[in-house]
Design a binder for this molecule. Structure first.
Ligand code: FES
Length: 117
């Protein structure tokens, strides 16, 4: 699917995300290099966060998904699904991305990066 909004990427179907609960995708930034962004489904809402925890880099896709929250698998920092805020202040906030659903596809806005896979 082609979008008219720059830097918007069609990542997967809503059904695939609802089945898998979390899926990560690799992006490439022209200055900072490769980056991984994860989509999460908490049963009601979708969130998109940098996949690597800002504390010590654990993959959030290996963490727990609670309503509105993602819990890091390594030291249990709690991140807001929508904003990336570290709700328990264990570590820094992480980066969140804007997502939307169109025709049952999950689209994400990622400025300045290209999707690798
Ligand atoms: S690596 Fe995520 S809380 Fe430590």
């Amino acid at each position: 699917m082609k979008s008219e909004i720059p830097h918007e990427f069609d990542l997967c179907s809503l059904e695939e995300l609802q089945i898998k609960k979390s899926i990560s995708f690799q992006f490439d930034h022209p200055v900072y290099g490769k980056n991984e962004i994860a989509l999460f489904w908490d049963g009601q809402n979708i969130g998109a966060l940098d996949n690597y925890c800002p504390h010590q880099g654990a993959m959030l896709t290996h963490g727990l998904i609670e309503p509105g929250e993602i819990i890091c698998p390594l030291h249990s920092a709690v991140f807001d699904l929508k904003t990336g805020e570290c709700l328990d202040k264990y570590t820094w906030d992480t980066v969140s991305y804007q997502v939307r659903i169109e025709n049952n596809r999950v689209l994400i806005i990622v400025p300045d990066q290209t999707l690798i896979h």
